[in-house]
Design a protein around this ligand. Structure first.
Ligand code: FVH
Length: 291
C-alpha cells in the first residue's frame, strides 16, 4: 500500500493498545504491532497490520513508536534489552505512570538516541478517534511538532510542556478529580438506595454536578465570573447541611468517612472568621491538601 502517512508501531495490545492500533489502521497508516501475548494481534493483522515477531523488530519497523502497556515495570522490561534499537526513533509512551517515572524513562531513551514524548490518555478505549478524547503530551517539542498530525488520529493532542513528567502529573491530577467525583457519586447513590440509584443518577445527580462545576474554579474572582454569587451560599448554612448528610448517612448505614472529614475544616474556618461562603471551603480544602 502506497501512502505518505508515516508508519507507526504499537507495542502493547491490551484494550487501549488495540484501540490505538485500530485508529491507525482506519486512518491508513502502515501499522506494525507487537504484544507479549501474540494472539491479541490476530484481529489487527487480519485488518492489515503487520505482526512483529519481536520487540526489536517492532522498534525497527517505524520511526514513530507508541508504547501502551500496563505499567513502567513492563515498559522497562521491554525497552532495556532493546536499547540499541531506539536510535532515531520517536518513542511515545502512553503508559500510565508517575512524573518521575516519565522523566527517568525520557532521560534514558534520549541517552539511547531517541526523542521521547510521554502521554496521558484522557479517554477510554471506545473514545479513541472521537473528538471527546484528548491526550496530554510532554517531552520533546520537536517530536510533537513533527508528528502532531499522526497523533491527532488518536485523540485531540495537548502538549503541556517540555518537562517529560508534566503529562503524567496532569493525567494523575485529572484522574484524582474523577475518582473524587466517583466516590462522591457512590456516596450519593448509597444514600438513595439500589432501586432508585440508576434513575436518580441520570435525572438528578448528573445535571446537578454539571450545574455546580463552576464552584471548582480556583479563585473566587473566577467563580464569580462563572455566575456563582458567593453570598448565596453562607458557610454556616453549609456546615449544617453537611452535618445533616453525615447524620443521615449514619442512620442509613452508609459510610460517613468521605464527607465527615470536611466538617472539621469547615467549622475551623467559621470559628476563625476566615471565610463565610462555600467557596472559602473549597479554597481551605485546597490549602489543606497542599500542606
Ligand atoms: N483502558 C482504559 O480505560 C485506560 C484509559 C486511560 C489510559 N489507560 C492506560 O493505558 C495503559 C494500558 O491499558 P490497557 O487498558 O490496554 O490495559 P490492559 O488491557 O490490561 O493491557 C495491558 C497490556 O500491557 C501488557 N503487559 C502487561 N505486563 C507486561 C509485561 N511485563 N511485559 C510486556 N507486556 C505487558 C499486556 O500484555 P498481555 O497481557 O496481553 O500479554 C497488555 O498488552 C495502562 O497504563 C493504563 O493505565 C487505559
Amino acid at each position: 500500500m502506497m501512502t505518505d502517512k508515516p508508519s507507526v508501531t504499537i507495542i502493547g495490545l491490551g484494550s487501549m493498545g488495540q484501540a490505538l492500533a485500530n485508529a491507525y489502521l482506519e486512518a491508513g497508516h502502515p501499522t506494525t504491532v507487537w504484544n507479549r501475548t501474540a494472539a491479541k494481534a490476530d484481529a489487527l493483522v487480519a485488518r492489515g497490520a503487520t505482526r512483529a515477531a519481536t520487540v526489536s523488530d517492532a522498534l525497527w519497523a517505524s520511526d514513530l513508536v507508541v508504547l501502551c502497556v500496563l505499567d513502567y515495570a513492563a515498559v522497562d522490561g521491554l525497552l532495556a534489552p532493546n536499547a540499541d534499537m531506539l536510535r532515531g526513533r520517536v518513542l511515545v509512551n502512553l503508559t500510565n505512570g508517575q512524573p518521575e517515572q516519565a522523566r527517568r524513562t525520557g532521560e534514558w531513551a534520549t541517552a539511547q538516541g531517541a526523542e521521547y514524548l510521554d502521554g496521558g490518555i484522557m479517554a477510554i478505549p471506545s473514545m479513541i478517534g472521537t473528538p471527546e478524547a484528548f491526550i496530554l503530551y510532554s517531552g520533546s517539542q520537536t517530536a510533537f511538532d513533527r508528528y502532531q498530525a499522526a497523533l491527532e488520529v488518536l485523540a485531540v493532542p495537548n502538549f503541556v510542556g517540555t518537562d517529560a513528567g508534566l503529562a503524567a502529573l496532569n493525567d494523575l491530577a485529572l484522574l484524582s478529580g474523577m475518582y473524587g467525583t466517583i466516590a462522591g457519586a457512590r456516596h450519593a447513590t448509597a444514600l438513595i438506595g439500589p432501586e432508585r440509584a440508576a434513575e436518580f443518577t441520570t435525572s438528578l445527580l448528573i445535571p446537578w454536578l454539571q450545574a455546580m462545576a463552576n464552584v471548582l474554579a480556583p479563585s473566587s474572582t473566577e467563580r464569580e465570573a462563572g455566575d456563582i454569587p458567593s453570598e448565596e451560599s453562607p458557610l454556616d448554612m453549609q456546615a449544617i447541611a453537611l452535618a445533616n448528610i453525615v447524620e443521615a448517612s449514619r442512620s442509613e448505614g452508609v459510610g460517613e468517612d468521605l464527607l465527615a472529614h470536611l466538617l472539621t475544616p469547615m467549622r475551623d474556618i467559621i470559628a476563625a472568621g476566615e471565610g463565610d461562603v462555600l467557596t472559602d471551603l473549597v479554597d481551605a480544602i485546597g490549602k489543606e491538601i497542599r500542606s
